[in-house]
Design a protein around this ligand. Sequence first.
Ligand SMILES: Nc1ncnc2c1ncn2[C@@H]1O[C@H](COP(=O)(O)OP(=O)(O)OP(=O)(O)O)[C@@H](O)[C@H]1O
Length: 621
Amino acid sequence: MSQVETFEFQAEAQQLLQLMIHSIYSNKDVFLRELVSNASDALDKLRLESLVDKELDADTSDLHVELVADRDQHTLTVRDNGIGMTREQVIELIGTIARSGTAEFVDRWRQAKHDGTAELIGKFGIGFYSSFMVADRVVLVTRRAGQSEGTRWESTGSDTYQLSTVPDAAPGTAVTLHLKPADEDNHLFDYADPAVLRRIVKRYSDFIAWPIRMAAPEAAQSETLNSMKALWSRSAAEIKPEEYTEFYRHVSHDWTDPLETIHLRAEGALEFDALLFLPASAPYDLHMRGARRGVQLYIKRVFIMDDCEALLPEYLRFVKGVVDSADLSLNVSREILQQDRQIQTIRRRLVKKVLGTLKDMLAKDPQRYAAFWREFGQAVKEGLVNDPDNRAAILDVVQLASTHDLDQPTTLRAYVERMKPGQTEIFHLVGEQRGTLENSPHLEAFAANGVEVLLLHDPVDAMWVDMVGDFDGKPFTSASRGEVDLKAEHEQPPAVEEYAELLSWMGGRLADRVKEVRLSSRLTTSAACLVTDTLDASPALEKLYRAMGQDLPAAKRILELNAQHPLVDKLRAAHGERGDDDGLAETAEFLHAMAVLAEGGELDDPAGFTRRLADRLSRTL
Ligand SMILES: Nc1ncnc2c1ncn2[C@@H]1O[C@H](COP(=O)(O)OP(=O)(O)OP(=O)(O)O)[C@@H](O)[C@H]1O
């Protein structure tokens, strides 16, 4: 054997390994599912690569996974004759946490001092490292298809691993676990016992498309442990819920149960099977750029690719599963797929099916739907912007916070049913913080008149609400834009003439910041608020565009004053007596600053504001 070199695991990989070794995760059997899953992926990859690259020197005549249990040595080997890994790949894939964002996530998780690993494990698959739940030493020997030499990797799961070159390695990958002693109280079984292995494979890996064989010491022939039936091609009536769950875990690398299973079999002109899942909780990278998305694509049971983006729009990126089409060419590439008419038709069907499933869930099980919405609602709302064809179906399943009941989000349908006689618009208020919205001065007259307002505080809300226009013929109208006309009975007509001079003087004084100063019909208790002119973009939308790197010039707002407020009334009287002086100008500035703060905005000169306010207050004492 060649020289042995020692390497250090990447720091985050070490942390993850420690979590595995000291795992309190009770179900240790799942290590085998992870290893078989990796082996099955490696077989898929080799078959695909040999189809694409006719020159590849690889034998694909008997692709399979093999379990070799040695009770005397107390070892278990999981072997595949799949694609294998090069030395560099072993270092990259096994020595580090390769997937972007995962390392950062583990770090943040540790810093937040979360205890327990079950939840962490649920956030993303641990894969190969789960071997260290059951073994105190792991040896991996692998040879990449087309290469002449193999690589041996060995580790006890501490800080380092050893690498060496193996000239005569068999093609594919063999992982040998030096098993920890069985400790059934701790759910650690004898994984060199064929009966235990049979049970685990049947339970977790039955649907794997490749044979999983076990050499039977007493018999000449090895036995195949799994039925190998592609789950999606079986009829839904004969599939047990556990089978769906295990399949979900296999495709999603999630260790929890799916929230919903969608099994679709399309027949006729375009034939395809789809088995889709809605996860119970969002992955940590749901809102990160470049996160993995899409489902697996199979063509006539042959695995073609993971993360096939062309099959589902980005706003449904959390959907996991498999699509198997009967009619595509095996030579497809990602670029071709985007253009392919059949793929587009399948995609349309899948989107309709997913949105239809959401609608049913909302009607039949609102509580479960609420859990779904908490996790994925923000992503679904992106569809209102990006998928105009399905806008109506998305609007049907949207849940929004509302002043009607601050603890329970509402559907738009329920809002419309509660609209007051004569109310023709759906009112909403967009902002960044839910709390700021709830207390916003813009809501005062709405509250006084019992008119419900939707509180939209997700970044994407600012975008869709302007784009969508209406629901059920009722336009979306911002509570902080243009004039409001609530036709309140108690309201006194604003004393426009009395205020004309004050308004025009203040308009001049604040001209660099506001378009106009006018009397408000939306305030009952606050002195002032800022509103957006009818055709201007809301500040939330401006901010969103800026965050996306598009510089939208800031539109000036309109300052509205409450004529019933003593401060405004006294300012009018003082201005009538004294005209323009510095003290009054400062009060005008204060009114503007208060309006900015009340809607959660930022002052241009917060330090100057507090200095002037402190001066003022000290004079009142
Ligand atoms: N038997 C194998 N044959 C070839 N490559 C493998 C094998 N086992 C693991 N790998 C490579 O190592 C990578 C890391 O494996 P690991 O099980 O840690 O994570 P994963 O399967 O990618 O995802 P997850 O962590 O979500 O399970 C795999 O993506 C694959 O590229």
